[in-house]
Design a protein around this ligand. Structure first.
Ligand code: URP
Ligand code: ZN
Ligand code: ZN
Length: 468
């Protein structure tokens, strides 16, 4: 692979903004130098390729630490394959995904992980890694956790929701946390009190409240907060760090903030849907609300300000997508007349970097905070930093040339995700991905796709590198 110089742009990392040219050699960043410096001129003269980034941002490729490609769920499958989903990720400026391999109840972690390797191997447009979903905590699976950490699958998701599917009781959760405390793994928690929620689901359906908006009501914010509190206490008892996924309720944010104020190694992620959408979308007529059914659910608008503030104060560290797309036709429609049968999940892997740039435009976060929550923090949290998540000598040349002034309208007509609707249909945002490099290879070239299935490699991760 030859030498590439990215010239004339504003390089933004989580740490600093610099007017610098970037030298890429053999898939890695090797040096940065001031625009028009002697050294940068020499690079440009001898480079195999010079990319003009004048007037553009030069940012690290996004790291989306929460995706579900081809995930079996709710009697169907998430419709993006690793091929279509990682291509869409590239289009949206995300160059690494961390997807969730699933353990089937009664089977080993190894069988689940092997199945996910088989789905992804040779099909990805950008690099990928795996977390492991623990659906069945037994003596055997606890032992298997150690082996997975050794092979770079260093985080484990457990569910306090979905009884009979992924649910683990408190004893199982405690055991898994104790194991993670010993092997350096990070427990990721879906924090909702699923036992109580199932009672409310049953009552709602019996009373004829069957529309999608009731999905949000039965998955009560206090049941997210309660589970978050319980997960934190269990992690404290186990002496393990904790990462709470898809935080949506302000009451859950308060639990995380309180724990962090005590100095506990407790971390949290939210997702664009909780920042930009609300329970109003779940109430859209003609079953359209089904498009927005996910868990934790979209909340009333007043929760959004608390999420934004937590992202500024670092009480939430990461924004991931929880990309889990189901088509409206034929899949979301499975829940017509019974909201509990609507497959849970939203598409978003292509939209995250742009929506968060819009948050910069709107004044919610700074440019560097954008890069922190979308690139650097997820890379640190999941043992990918500084290989991913920054632009520095030695890091992989996963780089996005971003046009901060271009306007775009989000739509299913133009997106690249394999799903028949956009959760952000018709929304205009300022900013757009122009060119994307993955390990030095141009995969999106001035808004033309030049990538290929099989370019993306599995990345064995280190353990969590987050301070605290
Ligand atoms: O609704 C969601 N979030 N679907 C994906 C599975 C999960 O719980 O993350
Ligand atoms: Zn979840
Ligand atoms: Zn998820």
């Amino acid at each position: 692979m030859g030498t590439t110089v990215i010239r004339g742009g504003l390089v933004i990392t989580a740490a600093e903004e610099t007017n610098a040219d970037v030298l890429v050699e053999d898939g890695r960043v090797t040096a940065l130098a001031a625009h028009d410096s002697d050294v940068a001129r020499v690079w440009a003269e001898s480079a195999g390729r010079v990319i003009d980034a004048t007037g553009r941002y030069v940012i690290p490729g996004g790291v989306d630490a929460h995706t579900h490609m081809e995930m079996p769920f709710g009697g169907t499958y998430a419709v993006d394959t690793f091929e279509t989903g990682t291509r869409a990720a590239a289009w949206g400026g995300t160059t690494t995904i961390v997807d969730f391999a699933v353990q089937t109840v009664g089977e080993s972690l190894r069988a689940g992980l092997d199945a996910w390797h088989a789905k992804a191997d040779g099909n990805c447009a950008v690099d990928y890694a795996f977390h492991m979903i623990l659906s069945d905590v037994t003596e055997d699976t606890l032992k298997e956790m150690d082996a997975l950490v050794d092979e770079g699958v260093t985080s484990f998701k457990l569910f306090m929701a979905y009884p009979g599917v992924f649910y683990s009781d408190d004893g199982k959760i405690l055991r898994a946390m104790q194991r993670a405390a010993g092997n350096g793994g990070l427990v990721m928690m879906h924090a909702e009190n699923g036992i109580a929620i199932d009672v409310l689901v049953e009552q709602a359906l019996a009373a004829g409240r069957t529309d999608p908006r009731h999905h949000g009501e039965v998955r009560h914010a206090l049941l997210e907060a309660e589970a978050t509190h319980r997960a934190i206490q269990l992690a404290r008892v186990a002496g393990a760090p904790l990462y709470v996924v898809h935080v949506s309720a302000m009451e859950a944010v308060a639990e995380l903030a309180q724990a962090r104020d005590l100095g506990l190694p407790v971390f949290g992620e939210t997702c664009p849907q909780y920042l930009f959408l609300s329970a109003d979308n779940l109430a859209e007529p003609d079953f359209e609300g089904a498009k927005y059914v996910c868990s934790t659910p979209l909340r009333p608008k007043e929760h959004q300000a608390h999420l934004w503030r937590a992202l500024r104060t670092d009480d939430l560290q990461v924004v991931s997508t929880d990309h889990c797309p189901f088509c409206f036709k034929g899949q979301k429609e499975m829940g017509l007349g019974d909201f509990s049968k609507i497959p849970n999940g939203l598409p978003g892997v292509e939209n995250r970097m742009d929506l968060l740039h819009q948050a910069v435009v709107d004044g919610h976060i700074s440019r560097r905070r954008w890069i922190e929550i979308a690139c650097a923090a997820p890379a640190r949290m999941f043992g990918l930093y500084p290989r991913k998540g920054t632009i520095a000598p030695g890091s992989d040349a996963d780089i996005v040339i971003y046009d901060p002034d271009a306007a775009q309208v989000m739509s299913a007509e133009t997106h690249h995700m394999n799903v028949d609707y956009s959760a952000y249909e018709g929304r205009t945002v300022t900013g757009r991905v122009q060119t994307v490099l993955s390990r030095g290879e141009v995969v999106v070239d001035d808004r033309s796709y030049t990538g290929r299935a099989g370019h993306g490699r599995f990345i064995a991760r280190e353990t969590c590198r987050y301070p605290g």
